[in-house]
Ligand binder design. Structure first.
Ligand code: ADP
Ligand code: ZN
Length: 610
């Protein structure tokens, strides 16, 4: 079979996505590769397709048991023999799997890194032909990555023990230069073909809001997405508990996930979500790695995450099948404080020596700053992210909150002067909130206590709404007209550029939302407008196909999306295939899956026609 035939027959797809073909070709020519592709872009196909074409076994190294299980279940559903070897197996199961593997039953075997150099596994590895080692989540070898795992270093040790060096392919979603270089050096990739694919996920709507009442805003948002699956990310375990309880009380089908729950409960809750038994997963960032549920239609960040790497990885779990999805971030100033606390008290860093630790912390603070600016920018949000990852965006994506809002460019010099003047007159001793309160003329205990009501800028801009003052202050920070200290107090300081503004030598122009736009947004929030049902697909047919899928999933004890993705079902509704060959044109329907389930879906579609 050619690679195209494998793609169609085994996976049911007609075309390769960006980067896949190049990586596969290179592997088939025996050359190492490094694939840097965002979450949801289809990294697995890049090693699974060649694995089925190479003569020997492909070992896939993966950090998480859940990830292995999911991928192996998917492969088995597609009629491909694959197995995993990790600590979730009993010893007897492990022995049996190795026995089958020796007989050549599995072209693909998922292995936990710490297994590799055990005596038993090495003994096995020396008896069989290993064509390729595919390292998934390869950034785990790097100390600079988000997720350093010392056990990943065993991969290199293992490769060194093999009589013949297999092809080594590595895949990650982390694109920073340090990580990339670390991966190549540590894994010892030999003249690898490095492919970086676009980070853009145009199907995801991106939005940021700073609501007064986060919970109400989120509930409103969820109500506008009836019947859809979603993830709500919270910064802390405590908040996960609180929010999931509230949602539950408000009648939403909710489950939760964080590191404080027992293994069994975590697993159970995760399954409830993956198997479509619960609609909403409220979780900390501990949830999601390796989750391939393709019909998650929204991701709400109840708090701002600590950096854009995490943010983009987390929103990457939205609509992995390419259908439209919505990602909104609910920002508040407190999020910055929480994240700063996490950075200053990072337990993971305890193994590092003092200098490295300082370096890591400095990097983390810088990342947090960039994340914070994301929440303030009035420019295209997608563009901001793509630029962060070193790509060029189009300045206008048409599918983010900023691109869809009406802005006007406004001269804010007078406001800027007052804010900078106030910072200076108050001796550069206060945070943003106090400065804003001062120029706005708030009468709070704090203001009186610090005697800021005696500041010459006190009440200077009492007519300008505080959200505008905040927007301007943020703009000044982003453009270095002002700066903040890196400690937990975040005190606003003057910079070299401050003077030019206060001396009247520089005009400050910025984009601000038009007044009509703000009214519109407020109205939308009040109304809790229902989202349009997106009349493209025949919903009743879709509903029936979904029911069949659920039945099959239950019977086979696999998550529904592993039977067929939403996208595949929707495509069926559009194509309305009348026979086998037409059914095979549906994306995601391969020969094997057709044999297993095709008839049942076909029958339902034909019945609907009558
Ligand atoms: P990740 O890069 O995050 O590991 P996956 O490999 O899990 O992504 O792929 C994400 C989704 O995209 C899966 O549902 C997969 O089946 C689908 N996919 C991968 N390659 C293709 C393709 N060439 N055509 C259509 N869908 C694809
Ligand atoms: Zn945009």
């Amino acid at each position: 079979m050619t690679k195209k035939e494998v793609l169609k027959k085994c996976f049911g797809y007609d075309t390769f996505r960006e980067g896949q073909e190049e990586l596969i070709d290179s592997i088939l020519q025996g050359r190492d590769v490094l694939g840097i592709m965002p979450t949801g872009s289809g990294k697995s196909i890049c090693f699974q397709v060649p694995a089925l074409m190479l003569s020997g076994i492909t070992l896939v190294i993966s950090p998480l048991i859940s990830l292995m299980k999911d991928q192996v279940a998917s492969l088995n559903q597609a009629g491909i023999h694959a197995a995993y070897l990790n600590s979730s197996l009993t010893y007897a199961q492990y022995r049996k799997a190795l026995e089958y593997a020796k007989q050549g039953r599995y072209p693909i075997i998922y292995v936990a890194p710490e297994r590799l150099v055990t005596e038993e596994f090495l003994d096995f590895a020396l008896q069989v032909e290993i064509s390729m080692i595919a390292v998934d989540e390869a950034h785990c070898v790097s100390q600079w990555g988000q997720d350093f795992r010392p056990s990943y270093l065993k991969i290199v040790e293992f490769i060194g023990k093999l009589p013949k060096r297999p092809i080594v392919s590595a895949f990650t979603a982390t694109a920073t230069r340090e990580v990339r270089e670390d991966v190549m050096a540590i894994l010892g990739l030999q003249e690898p073909l490095v492919v970086t694919t676009g980070y853009d996920r145009p199907n995801l709507y991106l939005g940021v809001q700073s609501p007064k009442d986060k919970y109400a805003t989120m509930r409103n948002f969820i109500e506008r997405h009836p019947g859809q699956f979603g993830i709500v990310y919270c910064a802390t375990r405590k908040l996960v508990e609180e929010i999931s309880e509230r949602l539950e009380r408000d009648g939403f089908s909710t489950t939760r996930y964080h590191a404080g729950l027992s293994d069994a409960e975590r697993r159970g809750n995760q399954d409830d979500f993956i198997f479509d038994r619960k609609m909403i997963m409220v979780a900390t960032n501990a949830f999601g790695m390796g989750i391939d549920k393709s019909n998650v239609r929204y991701v709400v960040h109840y708090n701002m995450p600590k950096n854009l790497e995490s943010y983009y990885q987390e929103v990457g779990r939205c609509s992995r099948d390419g259908e439209p999805g919505e990602c909104i971030l609910l920002y508040s100033g407190q999020d910055v404080i929480t994240n700063r606390f996490f950075i200053e008290n990072n337990q993971d860093n305890e193994e590092l020596d003092e200098d490295t630790r300082e370096l890591v912390m400095a990097k983390d603070r810088e990342r947090l700053k960039k994340m914070t600016f994301y929440c303030f920018t009035n420019d295209c949000l997608r563009d901001y992210i793509l630029k962060y990852f070193g790509e060029y965006g189009a300045n206008y994506c048409g599918n983010c909150a900023n691109c869809l809002s009406k802005f006007e460019t406004v001269d804010v010099t007078e406001i800027a002067k007052a804010l900078i003047g106030c910072v200076s007159a108050a001796g550069q001793r206060y945070g943003a909130a106090v400065i804003i309160d001062t120029v706005h003329g708030a009468n709070t205990a704090k203001i009186r206590q610090y005697r800021l009501d005696e500041n010459i800028y006190y009440s200077h801009l009492s007519k300008v709404p505080t959200h505008t003052l905040r927007a301007v202050l943020n703009f000044l920070l982003m453009n270095e007209y002002l700066d903040t200290t890196e400690d937990e107090y975040s005190i606003v300081k003057l910079t070299g550029k401050s003077r030019a503004v206060s001396a009247g030598k520089e005009t400050v122009m910025m984009k601000l939302p038009m007044a009509s736009e703000l009214e519109q947004q407020a109205k939308m929030e009040r109304k809790g407008k229902k989202a349009a049902a997106g009349g493209r697909v025949d919903n009743s047919l879709f509903g029936r196909l979904r029911a069949i899928r659920s039945e099959i999933a239950r019977a086979e004890k696999v998550p529904p999306y592993i039977v067929f993705s939403d996208k595949t079902l929707e495509h069926m509704c559009v194509v309305k295939p009348q026979n086998k060959s037409e059914m095979l044109t549906v994306t995601g329907v391969g020969e094997y899956k057709y044999e297993k389930y095709g008839e049942r879906f076909l029958k339902e579609i034909l019945a609907c026609e009558e």
